[in-house]
Structure formats: C-alpha cells, structure tokens
Design a protein around this ligand. Structure first.
Ligand code: MF3
Ligand code: CO
Ligand code: CO
Length: 282
C-alpha cells in the first residue's frame, strides 16, 4: 500500500489503483486540454522538409508560454518535450534534425503537467500524401482507440478495453503491439493500472497472456494508447534505448487519450478543442 496521507485528492483506493474525486477531474481537464492544444497547434507545421526537432521546439515553447511543464523533459533521462515516431517506429522516437519526407506517417506524443496533473495524448500526422495502406492503418488505429475508450464504464473491465481494440485492429488484418501499454496517471505520470490493448494472445512458446479482468470504477484515471502494426507485433529497441521499432519494419500507428471513469461512462480529457481528431487535418 502506498502513502495516501500526502495526496488529499485521492478518495479511495481499490487495491493499488487510485480512485480520484472531482478536484482531480478538474485538474485533468486543464492538463488534458493543454496537451491537446499542443497537438492542434502542430497540425499547421507538419510537412515534408520539416525536421522533427522543429516540431519538438514548437511544443516546448507552447508549453512554457502557457505556464506549464513538459513531463517528458528529464523523465528517466529523456530530453525532449515530445516523442516523434515515424513510419516503422512504434513509440518513443526521439526528435532530431532529419527532415520529414513526402508520405511519412508520424505519431507525436505530448505530456504536460498543469498544477501537478498530467495530460498525456498523441495523434498521427501525415507529411504530404501517404499511401492508401498507411492511411488505412492510421484510420483503423484511431477507430481502435475510440472503441477501447467506448468500452469504458463502471463494471466493465480492463480486458473489455483490450478486447474492443484487438477485435477492431485484427479485423482489419493488423496486429496489436503487446510490449507497451496504457497506464494510470494523475499526479503521477505512469501509475497503476497497466492498460493493455489486447484481451488475450498466445506467445511464441504457446503461453497464453490474458488482460487483467480488473473492474473499472468511477474515479479511475488512465490512458488508452494502442500501437497497431501493419505486420507482426514484435518490437525491437534501438541502441539509443528509447526508440522502439517493429521488428519486421512494418508501419506502425498510435493514438492516445487520457480519460477518467465517470459514474455512467467515460470522460476524455484530451479531446481536440479544434476537432482535429485524426489526419488529414487540412
Ligand atoms: N508519453 C508517453 C506515454 O504515452 C511516455 C513518454 S516517456 C518519454 O506514456 F520519456 F519517452 F518521453
Ligand atoms: Co501514455
Ligand atoms: Co503519451
């Protein structure tokens, strides 16, 4: 059992998963909104020829201009305000000097801290005109995230979220990445529970892995952030110890929202204020 005395926003705990009250939801709305505004702001800047570190600079400045803090700068030695994951990069791509090319698909992931609360969200972007297959992967990944979120309500389980995502993604012939998952968040960046994006799978040794059947309860705060591959789900970590790519180099896509379980369903904290939910944004 962790220390509750310091954290007066927490009303109860169900095992190790915190149940938050109205003040936490108010805090998460503000943090989520700023994170979503960062992603809205970027839509006009993603284009062929643009180096990904330019996009990172824009987010870093936007966060500071709004009196907030980037949660990723200094997090476990990470030095950037975004993760930018291109094409076959699954997640945690590091912004750098390399310019975007026509047809690239990329995920930009932003986490901000506002008054101590974390807003964590990511969307896909297109540089120029991606191929039909890439656009279908991106559309499916968005639909999979929303299907997972729509499964959230008191009495449903974490496994129901994973099942909704897996069914949608595999129904389109894509695979769900298993080595990264969503997470509880609030005043803590990465908290319990793990939110896996599958219901069940068999590994290469024949062992079955099943998502937890933990019941969702009002006041839980977590992310839903499926990574979907056009190929096999296996991951390889590059030598920088951050960049995760698909082992078979297949294209990968991801979207992420921060959400809260309410009395009768779900609240999404990181919805785009401008309605820029998925590409193309123009
Ligand atoms: N924003 C990522 C997530 O969805 C975490 C990034 S941690 C970093 O949980 F250090 F790589 F930035
Ligand atoms: Co996250
Ligand atoms: Co994120």
């Amino acid at each position: 059992m962790t220390d509750t005395a310091l954290d007066d926003d927490i009303e109860i705990r169900s095992s190790e998963i915190k149940l938050h009250g109205p003040d936490a939801f108010e805090g998460m709305r503000k943090a989520g909104r700023l994170a979503a505004e960062c992603l809205d702001m970027l839509t006009g800047h993603v284009a062929p020829g643009v180096p990904t570190e330019k996009l990172d600079d824009l987010v870093r400045e936007y966060v500071l201009d709004n009196g907030a803090v980037s949660a990723t700068i200094g997090y476990r030695g990470y030095r950037h305000a975004t993760c930018i994951s291109l094409n076959h990069v699954i997640c945690h791509g590091i912004p750098g000097p390399k310019a975007l090319k026509n047809g690239d698909i990329l995920n930009i992931d932003v986490t901000v801290i506002v008054d101590g609360w974390h807003g964590d969200t990511s969307r896909m972007y297109y540089a120029g005109e991606p191929k039909v297959k890439a656009r279908r992967l991106v559309d499916t990944t968005y639909e999979a995230m929303m299907a997972g979120i729509n499964a959230v309500k008191p009495g449903a389980t974490l496994r129901d979220i994973g099942r909704a995502i897996q069914t949608l993604a595999e129904g389109e012939g894509f695979s769900v990445v298993r080595d990264f998952c969503g997470h509880g968040l609030g005043r803590v960046f990465h908290d319990a529970p793990n939110v896996v994006h599958y219901a069940e799978y068999k590994d290469r040794f024949g062992n079955t892995h099943r998502a937890a059947d933990t019941e969702l309860r009002p006041g839980m705060l977590f992310t839903v952030e499926p990574m979907i591959n056009d190929g096999k789900p296996e991951v390889k970590l590059l030598k920088d110890n951050w960049t995760a790519v698909s082992r078979d180099k297949s294209l990968s896509a991801q979207f992420e929202h921060s959400i809260g379980v309410t009395e009768d369903g779900v609240e999404i904290f990181t919805l785009s204020p401008k309605g820029l939910h998925k590409p193309p944004y123009a």
